[in-house]
Design a protein around this ligand. Structure first.
Ligand code: SF4
Length: 562
């Protein structure tokens, strides 16, 4: 198992991604050749088709194709070309999937006893196992997985693929040559193999098709946004994805926090806002102009407590673009939120209400220093959610005081029908070290809590929107001594202050700049700070593929509630 430990810190380098892209490109080319040039270039077609039918995520059967071409093409050439194509697929797979399966956060499966048992069995006779699985009808996927996960030597793997696949391909080609099997039988077997693998998916598509047809027949209106969460339409989701991609490329923030006031109704124990301050506030139109220039995919309208501003609905209206980004989120402690205010803000364009909740009971009042706040939320949140918009997310900042209770908070959120997002505490605002997870026993206990939440299958924690990887990174932030370097403030996120000037993050509130360019030049490019790992940082600094996967998951969770 030594090799497993060694590779736990693999990285996805640009070269790794290039291998992934090459698999996709050759895969598409292989399918194109098979569909369009079936007869024109048989050897080239078989070679290229070996990629989509043999790579780790192959979705097409290989066997009927060899039987088909065996009828007309020289057997030895055909077998050699198909074997070479398969070796190429195995090589590309190895280069892409081995690092992917050995990333520090994806390699957790290695501690599972199923993996360890499989690993022990495989390594009794690895080469022979691969050859036998390559030759016989035994599914090859589990063996591939073991090879990539344990980084079985590449040359041995490719040799085993060649030794196992060559006789198998020769035998299949000979079958076509000797029996001249009619094309309709070969084509039928191709379809049967396809159906054997995908029958469940196909049945579910057919069912969905019937449901839509019956709704159509009953005269119900079917919109493209029907299967999306009610707080996000399909055009909006696509717009956010496109804006995010564009901003990543041109290095503009994905998400900004528009702090419309620094006054607050609370005096939270983890935050430096609360005492009354004099704000130099901008008008809704001025905020709209600033945000237009920054052009983020998401705007969190925050504070202080944003509901203290009477012109908040006007601010929202000024920022709102129908069915287009930015996606507007209000971050509030909800002490001033009422059903009427909620409806007004929703009507104005708010698509998500992010409400703070640090404890699953009255301890929340002590933490926020607002008596009766928890009782208020207990009545308000389920009431708002009963309106059916699915747009309330609870927000829990993990501290040393509340981490033992985050499962209770998650259960409560599930009971209320809300979503739950976690953030992690930083002492950079208050310099209060007592809320940090300072001791190894804290982080190992939090790790066990995370295990429980994400391994649970009883639905108690389905409210949790924060991905397991992000939650583990919060914990890792403490494990490594509260320093995660390479902060991307300015590039991925920033803050707009009440006076309209820009600040890199809430911990450097006195660093104020008049433009994004100035902030990047004078702060972000030389920023060596890694002293926090708050939610906005953790969620905007994710690698692109993780960002995509997490957002799709969030959409799926939201849609499944409707
Ligand atoms: S790590 Fe980045 S976001 Fe956090 S305090 Fe430092 S500069 Fe601000």
């Amino acid at each position: 198992m030594e090799s497993d430990v060694q590779y736990r810190f693999d990285r996805m380098t640009p070269l790794t991604w290039a291998f992934g892209a090459l698999i996709a490109l050759l895969g598409v080319l292989g399918v194109y050749m098979m569909a369009v040039h079936t007869r024109n270039y048989p050897l080239l077609t078989v070679f290229l088709y070996s990629i989509p039918s043999n790579c780790a995520i192959a979705i097409f059967p290989h066997e009927p194709v060899l039987v088909l071409y065996g009828k007309t093409v020289n057997l030895w050439k055909l077998t050699a070309v198909a074997t070479l194509g398969t070796i190429l697929a195995a090589y590309l797979d190895y280069k892409f999937f081995s690092p992917l399966l050995n990333l520090s956060y994806s390699a957790k499966y290695k501690s599972h006893r199923y993996y360890q048992n499989a690993h022990n069995w495989f390594y009794k006779i690895p080469f022979i196992s691969l050859v036998v699985a390559g030759f016989s009808p035994i599914p090859f996927y589990p063996f591939k997985f073991m090879v990539y996960a344990s980084k079985y030597p590449l040359w041995k793997y490719l040799s085993a693929v060649a030794v196992g696949r060559f006789p198998r391909y020769l035998y299949l080609s000979a079958l076509g040559y000797l029996f001249q099997i009619p094309n309709w039988i070969i084509f039928g077997s191709f379809i049967c193999m396809f159906l054997m693998v995908y029958y469940k998916k196909i049945i579910s598509w057919i069912k969905k098709g019937f449901v839509l047809l019956s709704r159509f027949a009953r005269g119900e209106k079917i919109r493209t946004g029907d299967r999306m969460s009610k707080n996000i339409t399909l055009p909006m989701a696509l717009g956010i994805a496109a804006r995010t991609a564009k901003n990543i490329i041109i290095k503009r923030p994905i998400c900004i926090a528009l702090e419309v006031t620094h006054n607050c109704t609370a005096n939270c124990r983890h935050c430096d806002k609360g005492p009354k301050v004099e704000d130099f506030q901008k008008t809704p139109e001025e905020y709209a102009r600033i945000c237009e220039e920054l052009s983020p995919a998401i705007i969190q309208i925050a504070g202080g407590e944003p509901l203290l501003r009477e012109d908040l609905p006007d601010i929202v209206r000024a920022l709102h673009r129908r069915n287009r980004p930015p996606y507007l989120v209000i971050v509030t402690n909800a002490s001033l939120l009422t059903k009427e205010k909620y409806l007004e803000l929703r009507e104005a364009g708010v698509r998500q209400f992010s409400i703070s909740l640090d404890f699953p009971d009255e301890r929340h009042d002590q933490f926020r220093r607002i008596p009766g706040l928890f009782k208020r939320l207990e009545g308000l949140v389920p009431g708002l959610l009963s309106l059916g918009n699915g747009d309330i997310t609870l927000n829990t900042c993990i501290t040393r005081d509340n981490y033992p209770y985050i499962k209770d908070v998650a259960r409560l959120a599930t009971k209320w029908g809300a979503k739950l997002n976690f953030s992690s505490y930083t002492d950079l605002r208050t310099h209060n070290d007592s809320f940090n997870l300072r001791h190894p026993e804290d982080t190992s206990r939090l790790s066990a809590i995370i295990d429980d939440m994400y391994r649970s299958s009883n639905g108690d924690y389905r409210s949790v929107m924060t991905s397991e990887k992000v939650l583990r990174r919060y914990n890792n932030f403490y494990e490594v001594g509260r320093n995660i370097p390479d902060c991307k403030t300015g590039e991925k996120f920033l803050i707009v202050n009440p006076d309209g000037r820009l600040t890199p993050c809430a911990m450097f509130i006195d660093e104020r700049y008049d433009s994004h360019e100035e902030l990047m030049e004078k702060f972000a490019t030389n920023n060596a700070c890694g002293g926090c790992y708050i939610s906005i940082r953790a969620n905007t600094e994710k690698p692109v593929w993780e960002l995509l996967a997490d957002n799709l998951r969030a959409l799926r969770l939201s849609a499944s509630d409707n």
